[in-house]
Design a binder for this molecule. Structure first.
Ligand code: ADP
Ligand code: MG
Length: 315
């Protein structure tokens, strides 16, 4: 429900005159805003980002507001250099906005890039295990293991601690196998990244992101380096995975067809500085295909909008 709808739906106060009415309406608007904010898995409010200082500053983003609802798949498109990666970095908390707010209250956020960024000396399975162990340590806190060891002064307690450790190891292995299965890499856990194709490496990166138990997945042109066929398969897999859990996705791409294929909503950014100039809601009618008429039609609309924007900026 939009803010305006909420305000309309809210029961009206009895005749209140002048400033009192304004105060009540103000409060109601604030409440509705708070409710709307609470509903979003991720929200950016009037976010601007300036790089540099003094004379050499660059405005990368200009008052960008957007939100991603739980379970929603939002695509972000825009010309190269318009601030898409900047926006994702801010959403991931890797950088801070110059002004405005990024809210991802209580949500776990994972980031996935065009390059899978796997540890080359570790197998696919070990690359995933690392993320699981990090998550495990975060959950129990590093102090728990130390505290456990301190308490294990008696031989009986030490044995219990070791048993718990081996149980955790087995759980991590089982979860790794499950995640490899999720991304259809069941038989490839023992392979190192150089033994895998580009699509397989990106699948490992996806499994590693899922291993973080993320509520929000931020993806920065994750399939940009893959051939069309592999990308098509990964679209299907990503769609299936998102259907199996409540995962909110903010997916950056400069490929309009990809955006039209995947998004529940597509947000278009202007050329630098990035501002939201258009938003398209895509009706979800069964599984979409990248070569379907529906996707082509929306992609054509978005291309026209981007062309118009780029010619305005002389790109
Ligand atoms: P996109 O991902 O849309 O291609 P980016 O977010 O990478 O765009 O960059 C937006 C603009 O900000 C570009 O002009 C880029 O050169 C600049 N920029 C990005 N990161 C930095 C940085 N760390 N320092 C200075 N300028 C940057
Ligand atoms: Mg980028």
């Amino acid at each position: 429900m939009s803010l305006a709808d909420r305000q309309l739906a809210a029961p009206g106060p009895p005749a209140l005159a002048g400033s009192r009415l304004a105060v009540v309406q103000d409060q109601r608007a604030r409440d509705a805003e708070a409710a709307e904010a609470a509903e979003a898995a991720l929200e950016l409010i009037d976010v601007s980002k300036v790089y540099g200082s003094g004379g050499g500053t660059l405005l990368a983003l200009d008052k960008v507001s957007l939100s991603v609802a739980p379970g929603e798949f939002v695509c972000l498109i825009g010309a190269s250099g318009c601030g898409k990666s900047t926006l994702l970095n801010l959403a991931a908390g890797l950088d801070t906005p110059t002004s405005g707010q990024v809210r991802a209250d209580g949500q776990r956020v994972a980031l996935m890039f065009q390059e899978p960024a796997l540890f080359p000396w570790l197998t696919a399975a070990k690359n995933i295990e690392i993320a699981l162990r990090a998550r495990d340590a975060e959950r129990s806190g590093p102090a728990t293991w130390l505290t456990g060891m301190r308490k294990a002064w008696a031989w009986r307690n030490l044995r219990a601690a070791l048993r718990a450790r081996s149980t955790r190891k087995a759980q991590v292995r089982a979860r790794t196998a499950e995640l490899l299965g999720t991304v259809h890499l069941g038989g490839f856990g023992g392979k190192r990244p150089h033994e895998l194709s580009g699509g397989m490496r990106q699948r490992v990166a996806l499994a590693r992101a899922l291993a973080q138990d993320a509520d929000v997945l931020l993806m920065d042109e994750p399939f940009g380096a893959l051939d069309a066929m592999t990308r098509d398969l990964l679209h299907e897999e990503l769609e299936r995975i998102c259907g199996e859990r409540t995962l909110s996705v903010l997916f950056v791409t400069h490929n309009v067809r990809e955006a039209a294929r995947l998004g529940d909503r597509v947000i278009v950014l202007s050329s630098r500085p990035g501002r939201v100039i258009e938003e398209y809601t895509v009706p979800r009618q069964g599984q979409r295909r990248i070569d379907s008429a529906q996707v082509a039609e929306l992609a054509a609309k978005m291309t026209d909008r981007l062309r118009e924007e780029m010619s305005r900026h002389g790109n």
